[in-house]
Design a protein around this ligand. Structure first.
Ligand SMILES: *Cc1c(COP(=O)(O)O)cnc(C)c1O
Length: 236
């Protein structure tokens, strides 16, 4: 690996951390309240190892198969996040490898995940994915469905529901993005109240390279950042 490659990656990471800090400061929050999940779906293991050397421990993959492939090749203290859609036939093999699943988006999946986690002797931390953007391509619960199903989801024995996740539309309209993230936060507040949970219950996984600052201003606890980390490294 060339020196300039390392330097580029280190500079990108430093810049992302700075942007997180600035956004947190603007919102009167502390940067430590925001976990940076490096989305490694674009890169192979040597690049991830470099990010590990730079101090990152939280890595996210959107495809379970990529997670299966990469997880055994990285150190044991890496926390793997599954952030993309999860087909039921990929649940069993993924459960032992993940720290947090961001993308529980339907009852059938939740029930299977819970059953498989119980079978594996685990209680798996998960986030419920919410579809707020108009985008037909987005996965997730509609807010009303989630309001209806929330108690049942929380009662599943193999899952610990830690909060919510969403994706904003791919748009240049900042106001629209902010509205989406603010909606996720109010839905979290509403569910918290409804279930008589107390703060800090309710992680909010929201924000990607182009919108994570807005997400932090609106309360994100986890940002999922890929391309900003790999600028100048990927040839696209
Ligand atoms: C790819 C991906 C990201 C990262 O997106 P970037 O724009 O590259 O930062 C975040 N979340 C999900 C669900 C993704 O699939």
């Amino acid at each position: 690996m060339t020196r300039s490659f390392r330097e580029t990656l280190a500079a990108n990471l430093a810049r992302v951390r700075e942007r997180i800090e600035e956004a947190a400061r603007r919102a009167g929050r502390r940067a430590e309240e925001v976990r940076l999940v490096a989305v490694t779906k674009y890169v192979d293991v040597p690049v991830i190892e470099e990010l590990y050397e730079l101090g990152l421990r939280d890595f996210g993959e959107s495809r379970p198969q990529s997670l299966w492939e990469k997880q055994p090749r990285l150190a044991g203290d890496v926390r793997w996040h599954l952030i993309g859609s999860w087909q039921t036939n990929k649940v069993r093999r993924t459960i032992p490898l993940v720290e947090l699943v961001h993308s529980i988006d339907r009852a059938a999946l939740a029930e299977l995940v819970s059953a498989e986690a119980v079978r594996a002797g685990r209680k798996l931390d998960v986030l419920l994915e919410v579809k707020l953007a108009a985008d037909e391509s987005k996965h997730g619960y509609r807010p009303d469905d989630l309001r209806r199903e929330f108690d049942q989801l929380r009662a599943l024995p193999g899952m610990e529901v830690r909060g919510l996740m969403t994706m904003a539309s791919l748009t240049a309209d900042e106001g629209e993005i902010r509205t989406t993230f603010a909606q996720l936060r109010s839905l979290r507040d509403e569910l918290r109240e409804h279930a008589r949970l107390e703060a800090p219950w309710g992680w909010l996984s929201m924000g990607m390279s182009h919108d994570f600052e807005i997400a932090i201003e609106e309360g994100a606890t986890h940002v999922r950042v890929g391309s900003s980390l790999f600028e100048g490294i990927l040839d696209d």
